[in-house]
Design a protein around this ligand. Structure first.
Ligand SMILES: Cc1cc2nc3c(=O)[nH]c(=O)nc-3n(C[C@H](O)[C@H](O)[C@H](O)COP(=O)(O)OP(=O)(O)OC[C@H]3O[C@@H](n4cnc5c(N)ncnc54)[C@H](O)[C@@H]3O)c2cc1C
Length: 304
């Protein structure tokens, strides 16, 4: 039960915020109770205004892109979820660069860059999140990371927006200075190369590899754990005999043991119990501590 003033609630309503929205509808895991308020970004000025209302009204805020790396609480979220999962403007191609809004789908953008005669995004193409989420996570696949092509990022920080030149040394494996709550990514500028004629084929190859290796037919949040130095999380989990292990509706995927899938009706509690069991078993049997890659949000969980 939230205790926000009528003024705050009316102000959110005036900006078109929705109330009591299931987080299960906003996250690819299809898990989570209700968010008290959800507001979808449609322009940057409104974003700054809505953030100011939340701050003034003492309402906690969480920022979501497409929610594809998120485990949301069964208890929901008594604050405001700002959802930035749609483009506010079309990509702008200038020379060998493209400037793109944070809400743009990474996969759609990859396709568009290839259609425009560029290469550089092929290996990122199947990652199901937004450009903003990819900047925040330094998302990557098949040896590529977004930091390799990211030149500048337009951020909102402490109520002010500015462009920041990217220093790739500040971005590491799933680590980035462009992540909420410190910064909100508004736009990104990516450096591309002229297509050598093979970009479309490489992109198709990555898509085929994902279809073959990943359980994309089930709701999930992708790889649950970061890759520990010198190992693969999925292989360690498999070696411990945990493939197929199920707690409630949450199961270690039979197809890729690095994924936990929602077999139907999984709760955050089920997933958390499975994560704890995997971590304890892998530590005991293989001496490796698995660290979560997925982010937790919502009431009663440590926000990460
Ligand atoms: C089937 C599947 C396959 C996947 N494969 C991969 C893969 O190959 N490689 C990989 O790296 N990941 C993968 N993922 C995980 C996920 O898609 C990526 O982490 C993605 O970059 C998250 O983007 P998102 O828009 O969904 O962000 P969300 O999941 O909504 O948010 C993730 C984090 O980013 C922050 N964030 C989101 N938008 C912004 C913004 N505009 N500004 C600042 N912070 C922001 C959020 O607050 C949160 O902390 C996969 C997930 C699934 C479900």
């Amino acid at each position: 039960m939230n205790t926000y003033t009528v003024t705050t609630i009316e102000q959110f309503r005036a900006y078109g915020a929705k109330e009591n929205v299931p987080l299960s509808e906003l996250t690819s895991f299809r898990i989570g109770g209700n968010a008290a308020f959800v507001w979808e970004v449609n322009d940057y000025r409104s974003l700054a205004a809505v953030l100011a209302i939340a701050e003034e009204g003492g309402v906690p805020v969480y920022l979501l892109g497409k929610g594809t790396n998120i485990l949301a609480s069964d208890a929901g979220y008594s604050g405001l979820v700002i959802r930035f999962d749609r483009p506010t403007h079309a990509p702008v191609f200038v020379g060998n660069t493209v400037r793109v809004c944070a809400g743009t789908s990474l996969t759609q953008l990859a396709k568009e860059t290839v259609a425009q005669g560029f290469m550089g995004m092929e290996r990122l193409s199947g990652i199901p999140g937004t450009v903003g989420g990819a900047c925040a996570m330094n998302a990557g696949a098949y040896g590529a990371e977004i930091k390799q092509i990211l030149s500048r990022v337009h951020v909102l920080e402490n109520g002010t927006d500015r462009w920041i030149d990217v220093n790739p040394d500040e971005m590491g494996y799933r680590k980035s200075p462009f992540s909420f709550p410190q910064r909100i990514v508004l736009e990104a500028e990516l450096r591309l190369l002229p297509d050598d004629g093979g970009a479309a084929a490489r992109m198709q190859d990555c898509t085929a590899r994902r279809r073959e290796k990943q359980p994309i037919e089930y709701p999930s949040a992708g790889s649950v754990f970061k890759r520990p130095e010198g190992y693969f999380a999925g292989a360690l989990i498999e070696q411990c005999g945990l493939k197929g292990r199920q707690i409630g509706g949450a199961q270690v995927s039979e197809k890729h043991a690095g994924f936990i899938i929602n077999r139907g009706g999984a709760t955050e509690n089920d997933v958390s119990a499975l994560i704890a069991e995997i971590q304890a078993t892998v530590t005991a049997e293989r001496g490796v501590r698995l660290e979560c890659e997925i982010k937790r949000m919502g009431d009663g969980v440590c926000i990460s």
